[in-house]
Design a protein around this ligand. Sequence first.
Ligand code: URA
Length: 188
Amino acid sequence: MYNDLNEVRDEVIKCNKCDLCKNRTNSVFGVGNENADIMFIGEGPGADEDREGIPFVGKAGKLMNQAFVGLGISREAIYIANIVKCRPPNNRTPLKQEATACLDYLRNQVILIKPKIIVLLGSTALKNILGENYGITASRGKWIEKKGILYMPTFHPAALLRDDSKKIDFWNDLELIKKEAEKNNYLI
Ligand code: URA
């Protein structure tokens, strides 16, 4: 349906499928390697991302970057996107109808990028991609294979800012991803 990511981005920039468009400064489409083998999916833009139009540039993103540097995961090798492309007011969780309205953009990003591994950052990403029956505490750290893509649910980096004890699990989950990528010669 779309020939390339720019065509999807053009639609997102002018999207008014839900009310989140009313308060956006910038839509936040996604960033990174368009041929990435590994794609990270978060929840939705916060204030910093809304201002800059780039995902994970705020506090949570900086923490995630530190883990990437520590583990040798290059932000240039991967692709990062969100469930919703516009900031929910007061950083609330996106409503079901907002996520549903936006999800087609993400589906098309996945179709075009063709990642081998998708990392689901937190409950909103997990439930919207794999289904409401999945819970982040039980699912994190375990590979789930669907239609030829390996999914790894893990905590959202914002959860690590609230609870230090989750950092070790997050780190371990990223290590599993790194190992799988190295085993298969994936870009990382
Ligand atoms: N949290 C997210 O889920 N996505 C971002 O882009 C920033 C913070």
